[in-house]
Design a protein around this ligand. Structure first.
Ligand SMILES: *[C@@H]1O[C@H](CO)[C@@H](O)[C@H](O)[C@H]1NC(C)=O
Ligand SMILES: *[C@@H]1O[C@H](CO)[C@@H](O)[C@H](O)[C@H]1NC(C)=O
Ligand SMILES: *[C@@H]1O[C@H](CO)[C@@H](O)[C@H](O)[C@H]1NC(C)=O
Ligand SMILES: *[C@@H]1O[C@H](CO)[C@@H](O)[C@H](O)[C@H]1NC(C)=O
Ligand SMILES: *[C@@H]1O[C@H](CO)[C@@H](O)[C@H](O)[C@H]1NC(C)=O
Ligand SMILES: *[C@@H]1O[C@H](CO)[C@@H](O)[C@H](O)[C@H]1NC(C)=O
Length: 729
């Protein structure tokens, strides 16, 4: 139907053309197209432009069929279905009525195609192979083929990777990834503007490849350790990734990313150790790669016991095992001396991680450590072994009057636990039970002490240290004799002769010096200075080291002052004392064995010299005072008892006894003014000596100046301080 209407349309346009051209006597062939595909109709109108007889010829041969005369000036040639044979040169010839003749020619081309037939529009090649992409074109009379990619023609030049072969096939030599894409096969009817193109896809496939970032991975096991294994794959089409693992997949432990190129193992444990194979597979092939995962474990140490309390002599064994990967080495170490215990035999030995100590001794006490040693780290665990302390060695023992002192030069071995106390024991004979006290360890070098012993007594003493395990072995037994007790501070202590009165003598004890001797008769007091000779009679067998001097004013609240004198000193001299004051002095001699009993001495200092006076002046003043005193005494004596000098004078004057007055001669004893004078002439403030060192002597005469019936009495005893003793021996 549509064909017919198109035909009518064409006819109408032809007629219009004829009308336009009018009556011009011009001859022509009118046709709709000169290139006619096979099978289509061909219509030609020959217009003569004048009346005449019109004839048609093809390639010089007359044709009668398919020709029709429309009117005197127009003829039509029509073929329903063109065939290749219809192509040719058509001539329209007219013999005009007026005798003229004319002709006009027209070339009609018939073609078929081009057609791509069964040409494949999709090709896949494996990377690296040679690819052929044919373009199967048919067409008549002939077809020219061109290949294009991205608007550029692909040449036929040999030697190019991609080229156009003479048989219209596209050849891709050694297909590369970039050769993939859309190609276009362009076909053209030779010499005619008739063409067609076909788009052809080329796909380049590639084998899967697997690339690893690391083939060996080392991690430390632990709940906090996550490890990620990465498998980088390539290939076309995109390969699928699968993993083979040393253990079954567990979604709580293993995790993949979306394309499975990444495997994460959470909380890596020892069981995760092994080979992880990542396989990439596509339709071309498959490929795999292996990651080795090494899982190390931090070393750990287990000991069977961490604190062991045992008695000396017992046996002990502590086992230790170590874990970790790689398997750690096991070492036992004595932390006290840092020694590795590696003997496999003996009293202390280690076999298969078991530390054995047979017959524990106190020095075994202490900290031990079982160590796990690996290249990547160490671990250790301590074991404390506690036993009783060792016996005290390096001990010296010193007796006192009622005590025994122990000096420890070094503390005993503590058995692994601090020494809490010492047991001190004593007895007088082997038959006796030991008596003991427990005492805290002394600070510093202070001695330990047994007190309340009897003086001058032989004792056996010993001691042992104690820790939480109890007392350790006792020291060797020492035999000591206690000293005597000092009695020096008593009043009743008197000795002869007067000039060397020393303090107590005690029986010479081993070692310590005797008390120093103070020559009291040679002591000197000059105002606030004091000096006294010093002598050492017995150094106790060991050279003296020095003298300790201490002195203090004899009143409440004063402090002892101390000084030392060298062992060669032969006197003590003190300066800058207070005037007219009583002082106490103590002197001890020291040697390597200890100190003597102190020698004790009391003295009183002199007065401050008031002013510079001549000796005569002083004598005069003293005389006057004395005279006044004498007169007062005598007067009162005379008055009360009718005695004294005044009485004598009175009697002499009056020649008779004055009634009521007693004669001087009647007085008991013969103490007279001379004696008194002698006594009183001692300078004011002379020493008042009392106590042990008081220079006393039996038969001393002590004058008591009283105005009594018996003014002059004899005493054998030292009197309180208001006495005025004189040594007139
Ligand atoms: C084109 O030519 C090549 C080599 O000359 C040949 O291998 C190929 O098979 C031919 N292709 C076609 C479609 O004839
Ligand atoms: C390990 O992975 C888990 C879960 O993915 C996460 O919660 C944790 O924080 C990770 N640990 C470390 C140390 O990255
Ligand atoms: C990995 O590939 C090799 C050959 O390339 C093959 O022998 C092996 O079986 C593969 N392994 C796995 C786990 O697929
Ligand atoms: C190590 O010792 C601990 C406790 O003593 C024990 O639980 C563990 O099983 C031991 N391990 C080995 C490997 O012997
Ligand atoms: C582990 O112990 C060994 C031997 O005791 C020592 O040489 C090494 O330095 C220690 N390593 C570490 C990491 O502490
Ligand atoms: C020395 O004086 C003090 C205090 O007055 C007294 O206790 C002590 O017994 C006196 N010493 C001697 C040896 O007289």
């Amino acid at each position: 139907m549509t064909n017919q209407s198109a035909l009518i349309l064409r006819m109408v346009s032809l007629l219009l053309l004829l009308l336009l051209q009018g009556t011009e006597a011009k001859m022509e062939i009118i046709t709709s197209k000169e290139n006619v595909p096979v099978g289509q109709e061909i219509t030609m109108l020959c217009q003569a432009g004048g009346e005449g007889i019109i004839t048609w010829q093809k390639d010089g041969e007359d044709i009668e069929e398919k020709v029709s005369t429309l009117d005197e000036t127009t003829s039509k040639f029509h073929i329903m279905k063109a065939t290749m044979q219809d192509a040719g040169q058509y001539t329209c010839h007219c013999d005009f009525d007026n005798g003229d003749e004319a002709k006009v020619q027209k070339m009609i081309y018939i073609y078929e195609g081009p057609s791509f037939g069964g040409t494949s529009t999709y090709h896949e090649f494996l990377e690296g192979t040679d690819g052929m992409v044919p373009c199967l074109v048919t067409g008549q009379p002939a077809v020219d083929v061109h290949w294009f990619r991205d608007g550029k023609e692909i040449s036929t030049n040999a030697g190019r990777g991609v080229r156009h072969l003479p048989n219209n096939t596209l050849f891709i030599q050694g297909v590369k990834r970039e050769d993939a894409g859309i190609y276009s096969c362009h076909a053209e009817i030779r010499g005619r503007p008739i063409d067609k193109q076909l788009a052809i896809s080329v796909v380049v496939n590639a084998h899967p490849t697997v690339r690893l970032r690391e083939e060996v991975k080392k991690v430390m096991a632990g709940p906090e350790t996550n490890v990620t294994l990465l498998c980088l794959v390539a290939g076309h089409p995109q390969p699928n990734i699968t993993w083979t693992m040393p253990m079954l997949f567990d979604s709580s432990h293993h995790q993949f990313n979306s394309d499975h190129s990444q495997l994460t193992i959470r909380s890596v444990a020892r069981v995760d150790y092994g080979e992880y194979v990542c396989t990439a597979k596509n339709k071309i092939s498959e490929s795999n790669a292996t990651i080795m995962l090494y899982v190390f474990e931090a070393p750990e140490v287990f000991v069977s016991v961490e604190l062991l309390s045992m008695s000396v002599g017992e046996g002990v064994s502590v086992s230790c095992n170590v874990s970790g990967h790689p398997q750690p080495e096991l070492h036992w170490i004595n932390k006290h001396n840092g020694q590795t215990l590696d003997l496999t035999t003996g009293r202390v030995h280690v076999v298969d991680g078991v530390l054995t100590i047979s017959e524990v001794v106190p020095s075994d006490g202490g900290l031990y450590s079982c160590m796990a040693v690996t290249a990547s780290g160490n671990a250790s665990r301590d074991v404390a072994i506690i036993t009783q302390p060792g016996p005290p060695h390096y001990l010296s023992v010193a007796p006192g009057p009622t005590s025994v002192l122990f000096f420890l030069k070094t503390p005993p071995v503590n058995g692994g636990s601090p020494i809490t106390s010492y047991v001190l024991q004593w007895r007088q004979s082997a038959a006796e039970q030991w008596k003991e006290i427990v005492t805290a360890p002394s600070l510093g070098r202070d001695p330990l002490k047994i007190t309340s012993l009897k003086p001058y007594t032989l004792y056996m003493v010993r001691l042992a240290a104690m820790n939480v395990m109890g007392p350790g072995q006792f020291s060797d037994t020492n035999t000591v004799r206690t000293h005597g007790i000092r009695k020096c501070h008593t009043h009743n202590y008197r000795t002869f002769p007067a000039q060397t009165v020393s303090s107590t003598h005690h029986p010479s004890s081993e070692g310590e010096p005797d008390s120093p001797v103070l020559s009291t008769d040679a002591m000197k007091v000059d105002g606030n200075s004091f000096s006294i000779p010093l002598k050492q009679t017995d150094d106790g067998g060991t050279p003296l080291q020095h003298f300790n001097i201490r002195y203090k004013q004899d009143k409440e609240g004063t402090e002892w002052k101390e000084m030392q004198l060298s062992s060669g000193a032969d006197s003590i001299s003190l300066q800058g004392l207070s005037f007219i004051s009583a002082y106490q002095l103590e002197v001890t001699a020291i040697n390597a064995n200890g100190s003597s009993i102190p020698a004790v001495f009391n003295f009183t200092t002199g007065a401050q010299p008031a002013s510079r006076m001549t000796k005569g002046g002083v004598v005069a003043i003293v005389m006057v005072i004395f005279l006044v005193l004498f007169l007062v005494v005598d007067a009162s004596c005379c008055y009360i008892n009718r005695c004294g000098l005044l009485m004598t004078v009175a009697v002499r004057l009056f020649g008779q006894k004055v009634p009521g007055l007693r004669m001087l001669d009647d007085a008991e004893g013969n103490t007279n003014g001379e004696v008194k004078l002698k006594g009183m002439s001692t300078p004011r403030g002379s020493l008042q000596q009392t106590g042990v060192q008081t220079i006393t002597k039996e038969g001393w005469q002590l004058t008591e100046v009283t105005c009594d019936k018996a003014p002059l009495t004899k005493h054998e005893k030292t009197q309180p301080c208001k006495d005025l003793p004189h040594a007139d021996a």
